[in-house]
Ligand binder design. Structure first.
Ligand code: UD1
Length: 369
């Protein structure tokens, strides 16, 4: 007797795609699984979406809701309306959502009200900063999920404290690291360093897109000033997120190459992985990049006051510096003056998280046939 399982996975924004890729592969390897990807269209540019599907070999989405950018309410609502129609047309046994973007909570809410269990991949992370839209998305998605797949011990503690039954929480590792480990060799063939004009370990990488850093011209100006100072000592490569590009243009900051400060368009996964691995320092306000830097052994300064990924700090590869220009400059100098000690990867960040998730989904939601 074989089990059958019908799964819909939701992908909407750039940081979702590297999480969906290994899930699609692991689910595809199990006999009796029907796996469909729904792309919400939250991110839609070639550089922010299509390139990731091609490079990571993600199957063509079953449907694309094409919602695009909007206010939080409108974007979330449009995803909900579109996703409900899809579930009415052809439902499934379980809806799998990843991460903490608006697509995550929107589809989780629709599924649970339609009586379909939700599996949340990357559950339990908490920044304890409710001014971040992602923190609200995380708390709400976890509260209505039936299976909660967790990347690091702090997540298990948060969920236990919030009263989630232990038999619904699973410490499985990190699907984003599955993708990193699976593409590291291929990324080493990328010629992005030559294209950008930097040398191995002779540059830093910057990413910025959090509303708290880029929406206020004064904060953005302070950070840009600190980055320009660092770039006099260490060239900085800055692939600019579309949101940041808009804000920089509005505030009158130049976004193109300028001395040691090398701004470029967003990069695909393979080029960006190569760029991170070759860097001697990463400055970011992204969630995922803090984790990727740890595995690549590149020191990371996080331009935020908090992180929902404390294991990256505990193992010694990440430090919070906020948005204060003086602190950013001081901590960057300390890293450039010091030795970088290799660190051990967090438990279970071994490239097999997606397999553990796929097996658990089959156990919990598979139907005998
Ligand atoms: C979203 C996620 C954030 C994630 C980030 C990664 C939420 C609440 N936020 O933030 O958690 O870290 O994605 O990128 O879900 N834009 C384009 N092309 C695109 C996508 C966006 O030009 O393909 C521009 C639009 O002008 C849009 C702006 O970027 O207004 C912001 O996009 P949006 O999806 O609303 O949020 P992000 O800031 O990207």
């Amino acid at each position: 007797m074989t089990a059958r399982l019908d799964v819909i996975s939701v992908a909407g924004a750039r940081p979702n795609f590297m999480k969906i890729a290994p899930l699609a592969r692991a689910l595809g390897a199990i006999e009796g699984v029907r796996h469909r990807i729904v792309h919400t269209g939250q991110h839609y540019d070639k550089n922010m979406s299509d390139l990731f599907f091609t490079e990571l070999g993600i199957p063509e989405p079953w449907r694309n809701l094409g919602v695009g950018s909007s206010t939080h309410a409108r974007q979330t609502a449009e995803i909900m309306v579109g996703f409900e129609e899809l579930l009415d047309e052809d439902p499934c046994d379980v809806v799998c959502v990843v991460g903490d973007v608006n697509s995550t909570i929107a589809c989780a809410l629709v599924a649970v009200k339609r009586g379909i269990p939700v599996a949340h991949v990357e559950a339990g992370l908490r920044s304890f900063d409710r001014s971040m839209p992602e923190e609200v998305n995380r708390i709400l998605t976890d509260a209505i999920s039936d299976s909660l797949f967790v990347t690091e011990p702090s997540g298990m503690e948060h969920l236990a404290r919030e009263g989630v039954d232990a038999d619904r929480t699973f410490l499985v590792g990190n699907v984003m690291i599955d993708t990193l480990l699976g593409h590291r060799e291929r990324a080493r063939q990328s010629d992005v360093l030559t294209r950008v004009g930097v040398e191995e370990k002779g540059y830093g990488v910057v990413t910025l897109h959090r509303p708290s850093n880029v929406d206020d011209p004064q904060t953005l100006g302070g950070i840009m000033g600190a980055l320009r100072e660092i770039s006099a000592r260490l060239p900085l490569v800055f692939p600019v997120h579309p949101r940041t590009a808009e804000r920089m243009a509005a505030a009158g900051f130049r976004a193109r190459a300028d001395g040691g400060f090398i701004a470029c368009d967003p990069l695909g996964y393979i080029d960006f992985l190569r760029l991170m691995e070759g860097a001697s320092l990463i400055l970011t306000d992204s969630g995922g990049i803090q984790e990727e830097a740890c595995i690549l052994g590149v020191p990371c300064l996080t331009l935020r006051e908090n992180t929902e990924r404390p294991v990256t700090i505990e193992i010694g590869m990440n430090k919070l510096v906020g948005s204060d220009p003086e602190a950013i400059g001081r901590e960057a100098a300390a890293i450039l003056d010091g030795d970088v000690q290799p660190v051990a990867a967090p438990d279970l960040w071994d490239g097999r998280a997606a397999e553990r998730i796929a097996e658990t989904l089959m156990d919990r939601y598979g139907r005998a046939s």
